[in-house]
Design a protein around this ligand. Structure first.
Ligand code: HEC
Ligand code: HEC
Ligand code: HEC
Ligand code: HEC
Ligand code: HEC
Ligand code: HEC
Ligand code: HEC
Length: 351
């Protein structure tokens, strides 16, 4: 039974109800099916070609088909852990040896487009998956410990190889990784489609596609800013129900953009005019030109409001500082505010 598809449909229904989108509800009630992004591309060529080159589209791949497969420095890499365990690659098989025995694990799945990191996951058996110890960091051009695994002290080969995950435990299962990094639901942990594609955001679209666009499909353009925080927050984490309970001093939390954006004065005081879509185009790869963001800020903040520091370009560089919970990973603090020039960039100085 494909419980994951069902769960997804239920959450869609809730979201749509919350947004009051009666038209989309019709699609949801009629046991919705997914069409796959190839079907959408026949009629929506512009969105499809842009989206295909985004980080979303490449958030999950077979290791052998990853866009960076040809630059993984497999032949040149050798690593040690703890210091007894030695790692070497034999093509896409990692061989871990402790001087007596060798454990060989094929690298099966690759999580992450590679803008920041590519983490490998393999199936052990129907109940257990392993998240490999070595992650590829494109900015460094080399492999290093997977985030969160660096300070574990392994006692044997199996522990050295990486972290074991139960297959589908609702809290800690590897199914969660696949859910956020794929589209169309899972069958025995095999995603219908790798990466975050059309129907991860637009919901099941088979009826819409078959009807030539006549049957309704979710268009998040009509969502409010508050709903978009929750919508994108399904994977990027939704705003906290009680902000007092968020540990604002824990740098890893900065990667949860909706949690932080929802605290900003810009968000709270702009009567719903500021959302994820103000600054991000949902089908395009991440914009990295500072000028593009400056233009968004200036749409609401004219010169008269600002001090002399603000005459410089790259508003976000000062007001949405980068935070690095574990180098080389870095995330943008979406709690827009005034930060001290030196010191912690986790929380604005004042509100
Ligand atoms: C056979 C052509 C066709 C296919 C295939 C198709 N669409 Fe559409 N789509 C249309 C047309 C035509 C419209 C405009 C309908 C309108 O103006 O009401 C549309 C509108 C949309 C809208 C805007 C809806 C709104 O209410 O504003 C979205 C979102 C959308 N399509 C997404 C998708 C996705 C995702 C897929 C793949 C699952 C897909 N479409 C497949 C023809 C198609
Ligand atoms: C189904 C889960 C999911 C949903 C829904 C989702 N995202 Fe993402 N998003 C991801 C994942 C996973 C990545 C990491 C992609 C990668 O590996 O680089 C990501 C990356 C991004 C990036 C960086 C992209 C890049 O090219 O580096 C932006 C910006 C982003 N998401 C914005 C949004 C916005 C805005 C929404 C809501 C309209 C949204 N996301 C909804 C899962 C999701
Ligand atoms: C709740 C949804 C969710 C789950 C569960 C999830 N991810 Fe992600 N993942 C994301 C999002 C969203 C991003 C983009 C983060 C960003 O750039 O802000 C991401 C990014 C990544 C990246 C790119 C590097 C980085 O840290 O940004 C890797 C690698 C990754 N995830 C691996 C995994 C693995 C392995 C698991 C399971 C152990 C997992 N993810 C579980 C949503 C999720
Ligand atoms: C990360 C979430 C996300 C993904 C993935 C995504 N979309 Fe969208 N899409 C949106 C949002 C948000 C809007 C409304 C804002 C906009 O039009 O930019 C939208 C709007 C649309 C529209 C309506 C445009 C209009 O003028 O109203 C179409 C058509 C569409 N998307 C097609 C697609 C297709 C085809 C894919 C896959 C190739 C896709 N989308 C993938 C979030 C997404
Ligand atoms: C949709 C409109 C809007 C956008 C876009 C916007 N802001 Fe704001 N911002 C506001 C409003 C409204 C306030 C609250 C002003 C007040 O308190 O009177 C605010 C407050 C601020 C503050 C003061 C923060 C505080 O805690 O008091 C700073 C700094 C700021 N914005 C910077 C930026 C920067 C930088 C950008 C672009 C990255 C940006 N804003 C984008 C509307 C916006
Ligand atoms: C006021 C503008 C603004 C808004 C609103 C905004 N972002 Fe961003 N976002 C940025 C900037 C600036 C970056 C950094 C771009 C770069 O790396 O050059 C960024 C980067 C990101 C990234 C890449 C990882 C990171 O943290 O650097 C993700 C994912 C993301 N945003 C998601 C979201 C989501 C989800 C929302 C809505 C909750 C949102 N953003 C709202 C300005 C914005
Ligand atoms: C070099 C860092 C820097 C840059 C770049 C910068 N700012 Fe600022 N900004 C500051 C500092 C510092 C303050 C606080 C000044 C004070 O408290 O007197 C501030 C304050 C503000 C405020 C709040 C003013 C108030 O009345 O409380 C807004 C709004 C703002 N900046 C917007 C912008 C915008 C928009 C841009 C880009 C065009 C920008 N800033 C670029 C450093 C910067």
């Amino acid at each position: 039974m494909n419980i994951f598809t069902r769960q997804r449909c239920v959450s869609w229904l809730r979201l749509i109800l919350a947004g009051g989108l009666a038209s989309a509800l019709v699609t949801a009630q009629a046991a919705p099916r997914f069409a796959g992004s190839a079907a959408c591309s026949t009629c929506h060529a512009a969105q499809s070609s842009a989206q295909s080159s985004s980080g979303h589209a490449h958030a999950l791949a077979r290791a052998s088909g990853h866009r960076l497969r040809s630059v993984f420095p497999l032949a040149a890499s050798e690593a040690r852990r703890a210091p007894k365990f030695r790692f070497r690659f034999d093509g896409l098989t990692v061989r871990i040896d402790d001087g007596t025995e060798v454990l060989a694990i094929p690298m099966e799945w690759a999580f992450g487009s590679g803008h920041q990191a590519v983490t490998f996951v393999s199936r052990g058996n129907e109940r257990l998956y392993i998240e490999h110890y070595l992650t590829y960091y494109p900015l460094l051009g080399k492999f290093g410990p997977t985030p969160g695994q660096g300070n574990i002290d392994p006692q044997n080969l199996a522990e050295a190889a990486g972290l074991l995950y139960p297959a589908s435990d609702p809290q800690t299962g590897i199914a969660g990784c696949f859910e956020c990094h794929s589209t169309g639901g899972l069958q025995a942990l095999e995603p219908a489609e790798n990466g975050v594609r059309c129907e991860a955001c637009h919901g099941p679209g088979a009826a819409h596609a078959v009807s030539g666009g006549k049957a309704a499909i979710v268009n998040p353009k009509r969502f409010t800013a508050v709903d978009l925080n929750r919508f994108c927050g399904r994977c990027h984490r939704p705003p906290a129900s009680d902000p007092a309970k968020v540990d604002w001093s824990f740098a890893w939390n900065v990667r949860h953009q909706p949690v932080y954006l929802s605290q900003s004065a810009c968000f709270v005081k702009s009567q719903g005019k500021l959302s994820c879509l103000t600054c991000h185009s949902p089908h395009e790869p991440l914009e990295t030109r500072a000028e593009s963001y400056d233009a968004r800020c200036k749409a609401c903040h004219d010169r008269s409001q600002r001090t002399s520091s603000c005459a410089q370009r790259d508003c976000a560089g000062c007001h949405m500082p980068r935070v690095s919970p574990e180098p080389p990973l870095r995330f943008t603090n979406h709690w827009i505010g005034v930060y001290p020039a030196v010191g912690s960039k986790l929380k604005p100085e004042r509100r």
